[in-house]
Write a protein that binds this ligand. Structure first.
Ligand code: FNR
Length: 432
């Protein structure tokens, strides 16, 4: 019997919690520190109220929109979520031994394809992007980039994204270091999550080269230890991370995974820890990326109008207002409260005639929430934790159900607010 996917967002989360491992649940639901921004993101929606309007002909309604030149059935995307496999670990029992085929991203991709809504494929996905792209068929997809400290690896990711049919690059700016995630820290999940989020790297030719160089260097270090020369100052992977990676490799169909050996796995984790981010980035680096792809580049993690302006000045084609679901800074401002100022800055900066898309995430749970974000000026909203809960509950069916619930409520909210198309939604629909 298929599990029921509740329409109530709290009931949805609670049903998912009962199916997930503690580790998976904590990873998905948890935020930074004392969880104040996770809560603030939700509370902020309570401060913007929708005003119903009557006697407007709303007999024919459409959620359709156009984003970056692509017609979409609704202004909703699937937010990038890394290490997604952690969300479906209930299928393995609590012992952590993997008996089922790996299926998190394929399930997401099937649901997204059925709905025709774009997926933002994470740099830290549990599945190589080429496999996800194959499942997506002609359905739209974007690539979310964590900017590596290795230029060649960044370029390789971008080339692969282009070859995989991605229609935009989303550069996530707010996670060059990982926030203080208390729940994950207390459960010691990090080694496992890191291994679950390493698929894009392992399947990358540039990354494989870096790993091979490291394996060779390690054997040189070993043979020169007797003379007391080289010292290895790289970050040490934990035994758990290496074990986890090897166990993933055993169950993954991809050839690059199956051939992982103990020294290669260790070197892969070490290399990943070294290259996964770059904290020295400044706005001028955006131009470097801009020159290397013809795809639109959006920046994710904007919370200040000055940052939005700087992004546009340095070549960004779109802005994603987000605080990473409250996972980065505890007590950071609610993402929704930063939306209108950023929208105003972008609209004033871009001038008339050009429509620079401003997207929003962090706290969207319902169709009314999407309506509120659109009313404050967003062109589209990214759905995050709710679809992950749907996935944990019922795989592709669960992702589809959760998204359909959000879209149905958005449609009804429009009808009852006297709006028949998403482009008509504006601040006039709110009691400001
Ligand atoms: C994320 N998010 C994220 N963002 C990103 O750019 N790359 C990533 O790999 C991830 N990974 C990730 C994992 C999990 C488990 C969560 C919950 C979130 C952030 C995500 O894209 C989005 O910004 C937030 O999920 C929005 O917050 P809500 O609405 O989910 O609370």
């Amino acid at each position: 019997r298929r599990p029921v996917v509740p329409t109530d967002p709290d009931a949805l989360a609670e049903s998912a919690r009962r199916r997930m491992t503690r580790t998976g649940w904590s990873y998905v639901t948890g935020g930074a520190g004392a969880q104040r921004t996770v809560d603030a993101n939700r509370e902020a929606f309570g401060r913007y109220r929708i005003v119903p309007r009557q006697m407007v002909d709303v007999g024919e309604r459409s959620l359709a929109t156009t984003l970056l030149g692509r017609d979409l059935p609704a202004p909703v995307l699937f937010a990038p979520v890394g290490a997604l496999e952690l969300a479906v670990q209930h299928q393995l029992g609590r012992g952590g031994r993997r008996a089922a085929p790996r299926n998190a991203e394929p399930a997401l991709a099937r649901a997204a394809r059925d709905l025709g809504l774009p997926v933002a494929i994470s740099t830290q996905a549990s599945t190589p992007m080429e496999d996800t792209a194959a499942t997506l068929g002609d359905s739209p997809r974007w690539f979310q980039l964590y900017w590596s400290s290795d230029d060649a690896l960044v370029e390789s990711f971008v080339r692969r994204a282009e070859a995989s049919g991605c229609e935009a690059i989303v550069v996530t700016l707010d996670t060059h270091v990982l926030g203080w995630r208390t729940r994950d820290l207390d459960l010691g999940y990090l080694p496992f999550a890191r291994a679950e989020g390493i698929a894009q790297y392992l399947s990358d030719p540039v990354f494989q080269q870096l790993v091979e160089t490291r394996v060779r260097a390690a054997s040189t270090v070993r043979s020169s230890r007797t003379t007391g020369t080289a010292a290895d100052a790289s970050p040490r992977p934990t035994v758990a991370a290496v074990r986890s990676l090897l166990s993933i490799a055993r169950h993954h169909p991809g050839p690059t995974w199956r051939n992982l050996t103990q020294p290669y796995a260790r070197a892969a984790v070490e290399t990943f820890l070294e290259v996964f981010s770059r904290s020295t980035l400044t706005w001028s680096d955006l131009a470097w990326l801009r020159e290397r792809t013809t795809l639109p580049v959006l920046v994710k993690g904007i919370q200040h109008p000055d940052d939005a302006r700087a992004a546009l000045d340095h070549g960004a084609d779109g802005i994603i207002v987000s605080n990473h679901g409250g996972r980065q800074i505890d007590n950071a401002v609610a993402s929704l409260d930063t939306l209108a100022p950023v929208v105003d800055a972008v609209r004033a900066h871009a001038g008339t005639g050009t429509r620079v898309p401003v997207l929003f995430d962090s706290g969207i749970r319902t169709g009314a929430d999407v309506f509120t974000a659109l009313a404050l000026g967003a062109d589209a909203a990214l759905l995050g934790r709710p679809w992950v809960y749907g996935l944990a509950l019922a795989g592709a069916d669960g992702v589809r159900a959760v998204t359909e619930h959000v879209l149905a409520e958005l449609d009804l909210t429009m009808a009852l607010a006297g709006v028949s198309g998403t482009s008509q939604i504006g601040r006039h629909n709110l009691a400001l």
